[in-house]
Structure formats: structure tokens, C-alpha cells
Design a protein around this ligand. Structure first.
Ligand code: IYR
Length: 247
């Protein structure tokens, strides 16, 4: 690499093939058990579990390594209550007038409504903010300067994926909640002008009576297209590259 940043040798953990397979299968099995939960208990969650998951999220790759995210972790009951009241007010308008019939029909299997009691029951709410642009202080003038953030949506999306995986691996349940429009969150949490609420993640343990819809994930064949030498267009057309390949 020839960048201008100081560099050091990569520390890359080389695994034996058996160990690679073992870890890959184990991770797959664990992640397949993740479910969105909407009925939570108030059982407390130690802060370190939240903090470590946010550290994992903060390790995500991002456009030009700008790390355009802020995570606000809330356990304060008063703040959770204010979030619930504001979220339910927005959600009520959404469910009653903003969402199309098509959208409401798509949500029917999930049984969601504008009521969000979980926002007060859960021990933690993590609100993820996307920094639409960066802010720095000009050392000469002391003035605030804006600078462009590249791929901030993609970057924050990746970080949230790692966050959800990490919370699940720590034995915690989550719901990815987007009470649109989410402008109230930046106001309520006193975030600066460059931050936009991206997603809200209530975190805790499921209530003993929690149920989840029997939904399924798409089959691999519906989400994966494989282009190997055997399956490429070229080999299909030439009949040469796949000589001896039994179809
Ligand atoms: N934000 C609303 C509606 C909602 C929308 C989708 I798309 C979902 O997958 C689930 C809910 C709510 O949180 O209820």
C-alpha cells in the first residue's frame, strides 16, 4: 500500500481450514437463531454488554475511515418515557394516515401497531445517529467547519449490522425500530445539527410470554448467484472450459 498514513505490518490471524469451517458453521448456527423481539422484560442488562457491542460497531469499516456515527445508550427511565411518548405520537400519525394501505398490509403478519410499550420496559435503548457531514474547528479562526462524509449511509448500515450481531451473540434481544420521522430523537437527545437519527435499537431480554411470527428467510438459491469457472457464461457458451464437468 502506498497511502500517506504511517503504516505497519498487518496482523492477520491465519486459521487451519478445520478451524475456519468450525467457526463459520458455529457463527451461522448462532446467527440463524436471531429474532426480532417486541415483548421485553425489565430484567437489567449490565452496561458492559452494551458498551462492548458499541465498541464492535465502532470497529466497522467506513467511507474514508470517517466513522460517521454516534451511539446514544439510554437507561434513564425519564428519557425512555419521553422517547416513548414522542415515538408513539409519530407512529400514531403514521399508522393512521401516513402509511399506505399496501404498507399496512405488509406489516399485518407482524402485528405491529403505533403502541410501543417496549420503549419504557427495556433496560436499554441504543439510538444510532448518522453524521451527515463532519464538523471540525478551524485552528486559525476557531470557527466551525463542515467537511464532507463519504458513504455515510452505507457505513452506518454496516456498523448497525455488527451491532445487532454482537448484541445477539451476547445473549440479548433487540428490535430494529424506526419510528419515522425520527427528527424528534436528535432534538430530545440534544444532538448537533449534523446528526440524523438512523435507527433505534431497544435492547434487553424477552418477556416470558414473548412470541414471534413464524416467518422464514429466503432460500439460498433465491439470494445467492454463484459465478465459478464451471458456472460462468463463458463455460456455458464454449463447452470448452467445462470439458469433463458432469452437468
Ligand atoms: N416504524 C413502524 C412501522 C414498521 C415498518 C416496518 I417496514 C417494519 O418492518 C416494522 C414496523 C413501527 O415500528 O411500528
Amino acid at each position: 500500500m502506498t497511502g500517506t498514513a504511517p503504516s505497519r505490518p498487518l496482523e492477520f490471524e491465519s486459521l487451519e481450514p478445520e478451524e475456519q469451517l468450525r467457526r463459520s458453521r458455529e457463527f451461522l448456527q448462532r446467527m440463524r437463531r436471531r429474532r426480532t423481539v417486541r415483548d421485553f422484560s425489565s430484567r437489567p442488562v449490565p452496561y458492559e454488554l452494551i458498551e462492548n457491542a458499541i465498541r464492535v460497531a465502532g470497529s466497522a469499516p467506513s467511507g474514508a475511515n470517517q466513522q460517521p456515527w454516534t451511539f446514544v445508550a439510554i437507561s434513564d427511565p425519564g428519557t425512555k418515557r419521553r422517547i416513548r411518548i414522542a415515538a408513539e405520537a409519530e407512529e400514531r400519525v403514521s399508522y393512521e394516515s401516513r402509511m399506505s394501505d399496501e404498507w399496512l398490509a405488509a406489516l399485518e403478519p407482524l402485528g405491529t401497531t403505533w403502541r410501543k410499550p417496549f420503549l419504557e420496559v427495556v433496560p436499554w435503548i441504543i439510538v444510532v445517529f448518522r453524521q451527515a457531514y463532519g464538523l471540525s474547528i478551524d485552528p486559525e479562526s476557531g470557527e466551525e467547519r463542515r467537511f464532507k462524509h463519504y458513504y455515510s449511509e452505507e457505513s452506518v448500515g454496516i456498523a448497525v449490522g455488527l451491532l445487532l450481531a454482537s448484541l445477539h451473540l451476547a445473549g440479548l434481544a433487540t428490535v430494529t425500530h424506526t419510528p419515522g420521522p425520527m427528527k424528534f430523537l436528535a432534538e430530545l437527545l440534544g444532538r448537533p445539527a449534523n446528526e440524523r437519527a438512523f435507527v433505534m435499537i431497544p435492547v434487553g431480554y424477552p418477556a416470558p410470554y414473548a412470541r414471534v411470527p413464524r416467518i422464514s428467510k429466503k432460500e439460498l438459491g433465491d439470494i445467492l448467484l454463484r459465478i465459478t469457472p464451471e458456472e460462468s457464461q463463458e463455460s456455458q457458451n464454449s463447452g470448452f472450459a467445462d470439458a469433463g464437468h458432469p452437468h
